[in-house]
Design a protein around this ligand. Structure first.
Ligand SMILES: Cc1ncc(COP(=O)(O)O)c(C=O)c1O
Length: 411
């Protein structure tokens, strides 16, 4: 079949067809078939969108019920699923008494966070980090580090001025508080916010330390800058708590970020995003300052609500939180010489591969597909697994042995 999509993604020789129902009594599948009938262990999961796996029947029921009850509503109107979801998010997010904007994607709620911090502070610089990924729309892409994604759209302060749009972004080094402090001094009253991923995903799975996050909180407060946590990939339960911030920092409300935003796993596979901030900051988003036709759609909200309730009922966040340690034990038992490091938090797992050149892991996308496993490779070096939260020892052993078989064939 001819691919008539924009050629924005590298071609992969696979057309996915359907999920394979689990045979272990659990709900939600991690195995899928392609149109040729080949079965794969899906460690990509829509790049982290399937905390329940594919086809969880209770989620499907919730979506179907809401679709038949009320399918869409203008953003000016309240619906019950929307209000219930906002309540659930506020009760789980670290920001006390939060206020929520609902959108459809990660990048859309990242944009909401950008607009909010610029309006709330009247300042024009946001500090972002090396290796950061925040999305692909123009505001989000300014904060995204990889120049290959940014060019020819936007540059950051200090870079050659060959860009089309301006959002002033200064770039600090992840984990290095001094580099942030220097930029806060250099741009002083211009810095609206510091934005970061509590666990960097696209870069290759790098968790922040508690010391770094608490230090950022202190620096931002001292300089009147806001602190924003992009929880799109690491949030919604993936690290063991609803927010990765809470997993790393704990529950002290005085250490909470000022803005945090979620997407990906929040909807259980259904598109939805949410940006949370304190009530007094939300006041700056006056009528007409932002909006989204599909944001807060009742079906998407019902999907997210059902996802959260299923996570609670099946204790899935705790299971997600245990994955990396279980994998470490398996790797200790059956190590592979090409694995340089296992990094991550909970079910956000990065496996760094050694080898010649800058991108030794790149062939693994195709090699592991031949071994019946779908993965993404980040920055040429790290295999990323974003498995459904319920995946435990048996599944991780299976995934590890497929990985090792692929590594055996890696040049
Ligand atoms: C940390 C982070 N922020 C933002 C985004 C963008 O989300 P979306 O692709 O839903 O726009 C992603 C997507 O990978 C992400 O990992």
């Amino acid at each position: 079949m001819q691919d008539r999509r924009w050629p924005t993604y590298p071609p992969r020789n696979i057309t996915l067809d359907a999920a394979v129902p689990p045979d272990d009594g659990g709900k939600g599948s991690v195995f899928v078939t392609d149109t040729a009938g080949q079965v794969y262990l899906d460690a990509m999961c829509g790049i982290g969108c399937l905390p329940l796996g594919h086809g969880h029947p209770d989620l499907a029921d919730a979506v179907r019920d809401q679709m038949l009850r009320l399918t869409a509503a203008a953003g000016t109107l309240w619906t019950e699923p929307q209000q219930a979801l906002v309540g659930e998010i506020v009760s789980r997010d670290p920001i006390p008494d939060g206020r929520v904007f609902l959108g459809n994607t990660g990048t859309e709620v990242n944009e909401a966070a950008i607009k909010l911090v610029l309006r709330a502070t009247g300042r024009d610089v946001i500090i972002g980090f090396e290796r950061a990924f925040h999305g692909r729309t123009l505001g989000s892409i300014s904060l995204t580090a990889n120049p290959a994604y940014r060019k020819p759209y936007v540059s950051t302060l200090g870079e050659p001025d060959d860009r089309f749009a301006r959002l002033n972004v200064a770039r600090a080094s992840y984990g290095d508080l001094d580099s942030v402090g220097r930029l806060l001094e250099q741009y002083r009253d211009r810095v609206a916010a510091v934005f970061l991923e509590p666990v960097q995903g696209e870069a290759g799975i790098y968790p922040a330390s508690r010391e770094f996050l608490v230090g950022l909180r202190k620096l931002c407060s001292e300089h009147g800058a806001l602190l924003g946590a992009d929880e799109i990939q690491c949030g919604s339960g993936r690290t063991g708590r609803f927010a990765a911030w809470s997993t790393i920092v704990g529950d002290d409300p005085t250490l909470a970020p000022d803005v945090s935003w979620y997407a990906k796993a929040l909807g259980g596979g259904f598109p939805i995003g949410a940006c949370v901030t304190r009530a007094e900051l939300a006041e700056h988003m006056v009528k007409g300052s932002h909006g989204s036709t599909f944001g807060g759609n009742p079906v998407a909200c019902a999907a997210a609500l059902a996802t959260l309730r299923i996570m609670d009922a099946e204790d899935l966040m705790a299971k997600a939180g245990a994955q990396l340690e279980t994998l470490r034990a398996i790797a200790r038992e059956s190590p592979h010489p090409r694995v340089a490091e296992l990094r991550g938090l909970g079910s956000m797992i990065g496996i760094e591969i050694t080898g010649k050149g800058d991108a030794p892991a790149n062939p693994l996308g195709d090699l592991l597909q031949e071994e019946g496993m779908l993965v993404t490779v980040c920055s040429g070096k790290t295999v990323r697994w974003l498995l459904p939260y319920r995946c435990g020892e048996a599944l991780l052993r299976d995934a590890w042995s497929r990985l090792c078989r692929g590594l055996d064939r890696l040049e």
